[in-house]
Design a protein around this ligand. Sequence first.
Ligand SMILES: Cc1ncc(COP(=O)(O)O)c(C=O)c1O
Length: 379
Amino acid sequence: MSFDFDAVIDRRNTDSLKWGLYRGRDVIPMWVADMDFRSPEPVIEALHRRVEHGVFGYAMPPRELVQVVVERMERKYGWRIEPSWIVWLPGVVPALNIVCRAFGDDGDEVLTFTPIYPPFLSAPTLSHKSLKTIPLRREGNLYTFDVERLLHDVCPRSRVLLLCNPHNPVGRRFNTEELARVSQICVTHDIILCSDEIHCDLVLDGGPHTPAATLSPEVSARTITLMAPSKTFNIPGLSCAFAIIENPELRYRFNEAREGIVPGVNALGYAACLAAYRDGEPWRLALIDYLRDNKDIVYRFINAVGGLSMDDVQATYLAWVDARGLEVQDPARFFEGRGVAMSDGADFGEPGHVRLNFGCPRKTLLAALDRLNPSGPDT
Ligand SMILES: Cc1ncc(COP(=O)(O)O)c(C=O)c1O
């Protein structure tokens, strides 16, 4: 089966957040994490069928979808979950915020490793918790957890650790040993582990993704895992995600904190999610190949430009570009001025960096890279 990831689809004038922000300007948007690809055909067909029905009442999770998720966890990770462990949600970001509300008292601590996807930094404060950030440390050419620093910084008021695996923005697919060390600290210090695994189906390096909850029964008992089809199948605008929570007490507190505030999933979100997980695998496998090639192009290009560098991206379609060598005050602004919009590292807790989204057709990617060369002409 072949899929046309090269097709350039005009997203201007479609109320796309990514493209609309730069409406009327000659700027290629490589910022917010959605891709410029059409979703898998089975997803589009399922949506057509659902729309054709014409009645859009409140929805409940399709039984088949629950079964598909249960089987998916078993098949991919050998993880046996019960249907009752799944909590359906309109997004992963709401879940990060629910977790920060649900556990601990005002002023208690939420820990996270930086740089990190910005909602990890805002969720604790929005819930009157105190945010403690622990910089990821460099080991060789990759980022990893600074376990010693985590151990040093944990205190009796540390309640929750927000983890991102695979990691946005540094693109790491953390291995079992790394995850085991961090999760063991959570067990020892009675910390709830919230593991955002939204990028788990976007592994580019062929290695396994390890859900934190599969590490041991003790870890599973304190873990809230967050997943969604949204990044992988390019349906984030359809608002469908889920948490997997084995421990009934944690699940109860999570549900209590979301009650009356965070709605359920809508009928189209469920329809798309079911079609994606059930019928989207050939598309996903082809997507991974395409993204890997895009990543190789970006990697070679960035590391050849003086003043820029990046690590290999093991997972996600996001490259974390170190632009400190350019010695410009604000690299995101600098590149925006050259006609490429990327996410500002300062928002992730690491200024001097930009995050480049390479989930786009090759033609768009090459046009953007052309503009990135700081010694090239200004656009
Ligand atoms: C790590 C991570 N979590 C959550 C989200 C967004 O989740 P949602 O759109 O389901 O709220 C993103 C989007 O980029 C992400 O990278």
